[in-house]
Design a protein around this ligand. Structure first.
Ligand code: FEO
Ligand code: CA
Ligand code: CA
Ligand code: CA
Length: 624
């Protein structure tokens, strides 16, 4: 293969200044247009989007969902002008979704409102095509489909069929309805999409506080009410089997087949989708662990060696995981068309590991198997007897093994040729004198976050690591601004991260500015996407961060989003002439009556999260 980065590959744009407006900003010579804002019909079963919020639950079932997040472009026959765009819809803005926000009648959410909310979550699969210089959804294409928080899905791997997941809906424990709070994403070497279930725990409630299982407490299932109180919508006579009651997982009947106590155990997974087969069933891969998954990236496949997937658990002081397949990689599997069968081969049988980062720049992958010896010298099997019990209790098992608590692990990206793995640690304001620091999370009150990188081999359980860049405002003291960032590349709360195949690393931020401009970077600029061409970890001679005062100019700001929005999701066509990113939870964007993403609305609009398509005005490759 050609070396990456290609000799002479350089960023070919000037770093953007900060921006705080209701518009997107791209470098000179670039154009950006809006694609598929929430509520865009995928077929004729949906009415056009209504600016007053009056669309029905059925409309949402056949339209793009809300709050676009992780995403991937799957080329059709290698094309850079026609493909399938798969987009996660992480959560909802209830104010924007309904005409005047959510309602409650006599202590119950109206069933139609809740159905609309459930249908606004999940994943959209969209056939898209470029014509006349811009991209559009191919309405009514056979590829177009929606997965929502109610779509029946398969459970596969060690948890499937166990007593943990038997419900009145699936007495065999092989199925579950819906995927929830799909944040980051991943892909596989055989052409499927992985959607990551992140903050699913918040949608459930268990009011039996005294008897709440430890694994529910560990993931934060509420004992008072669900995030949207979907559980209250039951009882109007319109619902299918447990359609809303299933979100209340309080044991109330004689056993697991007479109440919904196990419904929540069907969530918290990486879910595999075959975008090329419209009849395929989304499949939850339970062997890859159960927690607040934030994306998944695979290590470089090597013939005859197992495959590795890396995935973070986004909460304060949670961990970084690696899944390693039992099966050795066979390159012929990349060309098979029974893609979910290939998924079963690699993703249902393997070992889940959790990371320990040592102070000397080495690290260890600790296997989460019954025979592993934990930090107290006893077997993990003495705490959780079987692999399925370990997987249901993934966080508890990782605690037992002595993993390193991190500053909110978000997305992962793998360098396209040297295999270095990069992971965003978005921030952790709760890291204080009481919790202490460690070498991999060295700053107290880490409101700016950092990016860590490591190098390992799927066949070995040790690795080398270092900090790649520390987020900071430009004006901070050197102890905080350890990478020497300037006004032109200061960043906080790195979240989305992706490599394109040339070796350009794209870094996106989610600095929480929808909740107020609460740190110095948020007071200086809206959320953004930056680009850098990193050298290999092996070539970096330390001891400081790889991006430091000497080379910080190589990190350039490429895009700034509108007020209140985070920037997330990255996809690229094979010719690098189009990139796609997502603007999530904008405050007052996009402009109506134009698809130009760089226009601010005149006046106040009902905000719409959307994909933004970026191209060069002259049609050239992006970034260079
Ligand atoms: Fe949904 Fe961790 O971001
Ligand atoms: Ca988000
Ligand atoms: Ca995220
Ligand atoms: Ca985030």
């Amino acid at each position: 293969p050609a070396p990456v980065p290609a000799p002479g590959l350089k960023l070919g744009f000037e770093s953007l200044p900060a921006s705080m407006t209701d518009a997107c900003v791209v470098p000179a010579g670039y154009v950006a247009h809006v694609l598929g804002p929430w509520g865009t019909p995928l077929n004729d079963n949906a009415a056009e989007w209504d600016k007053d919020g009056n669309n029905s639950s059925t409309d949402l079932l056949h339209s793009t969902g809300m709050h676009h997040d992780g995403m991937h472009y799957f080329a059709l026959e290698g094309s850079s002008t026609e493909g399938i765009l798969v987009v996660n819809h992480e959560y909802i803005d209830e104010q924007a979704l309904h005409p005047a926000g959510p309602t409650m009648v006599g202590g119950k959410r109206p069933a139609e409102e809740v159905r609309k909310e459930i249908n606004a979550h999940g994943v959209a699969v969209m056939h898209i095509r470029k014509s006349g210089g811009s991209w559009a959804i191919v309405k009514n294409s056979r590829y177009n489909r929606r997965f929502t928080s109610a779509t029946p899905m398969a459970l596969a791997g060690p948890v499937s069929g166990t007593d943990w997941v038997k419900t009145p809906f699936s007495p065999t424990g092989r199925q579950v309805r819906g995927t929830n709070n799909n944040c980051g994403n991943g892909t596989t070497p055989w052409g499927t999409y992985l959607t990551a279930e992140e903050n699913w725990a918040a949608c459930f409630v268990n009011t039996d506080k005294a008897n709440q299982p430890a694994h529910q407490k560990r993931v934060g299932v509420s004992t008072s009410k669900g995030r949207y109180q979907w559980e209250t919508a039951s009882g109007d006579g319109s619902e299918a089997q447990g359609e809303f009651a299933r979100f209340n997982v309080t044991p109330s009947g004689a056993d697991a087949l007479s109440d919904w106590r196990n419904e929540v155990n069907g969530f918290g997974y990486l879910v595999e989708i075959d975008p090329y087969d419209p009849g395929s069933i989304a499949t939850k891969r339970t062997a890859m662990g159960r927690f607040a998954h934030e994306g998944a990236a695979y290590g470089l496949p090597q013939a005859g060696k197992p495959l590795a997937f890396y995935t973070g658990d986004d909460s304060r002081f949670e961990y970084i995981y690696r899944y390693v397949s039992d099966a050795a990689w066979d390159a012929a599997d990349a060309r098979r068309t029974d893609r979910l069968a290939v998924g079963a081969k690699y993703l249902d049988k393997g070992t889940l590991y959790v990371a320990r980062f040592n102070d000397d720049g080495t690290g260890s992958w600790l296997p989460l198997t019954p025979d592993s010896v934990g930090k107290d010298g006893t077997r993990l099997g003495s705490r959780y007897a079987t692999l399925d019990e370990i997987l249901i209790n993934t966080r508890g098992a990782a605690d037992f093994m002595g993993a390193t608590p991190m500053d909110r692990p978000e997305w992962t990206a793998v360098h396209p040729t040297n295999g270095d793995v990069y992971l965003t640690l978005t921030n952790n304001s709760s890291r204080n004198a009481g919790t202490g620091t460690n070498a991999a999370n060295p700053r107290l009150n880490n409101v700016n976050g950092h990016i860590i990188r490591w190098h390992d081999d799927a066949g070995a359980n040790s690795f080398r690591w270092e900090i790649f860049v520390f987020g900071s405002d430009a004006g901070a003291a050197a102890e905080t601004n350890r990478s020497g960032l300037s006004a032109l590349n200061q960043l906080a709360s790195p979240d989305g991260i992706a490599f394109d195949a040339r070796g350009i690393l794209w870094i996106q931020t989610d600095n929480g500015i929808d909740g107020g401009r609460n740190n110095a970077v948020a007071r200086a600029t809206n959320d953004q996407m930056l680009a850098v061409i990193p050298g290999a970890l092996a070539e970096h001679k330390g001891p400081g961060p790889a991006i430091n005062a000497a080379n910080q100019g190589d990190l350039r700001r490429f895009f700034v989003g509108p007020n209140a929005a985070e920037i997330t999701g990255f996809a690229c066509t094979p010719d690098f002439k189009t990139i796609f990113l997502n603007v999530q939870h904008p405050g007052n964007w996009p402009a109506y009556g134009s698809s130009d993403a760089t226009l601010a609305p005149t006046g106040t609009v009902r905000p719409r999260a959307a994909t933004v398509v970026i191209q060069k005005a002259d049609g050239g490759a992006i970034g260079v």
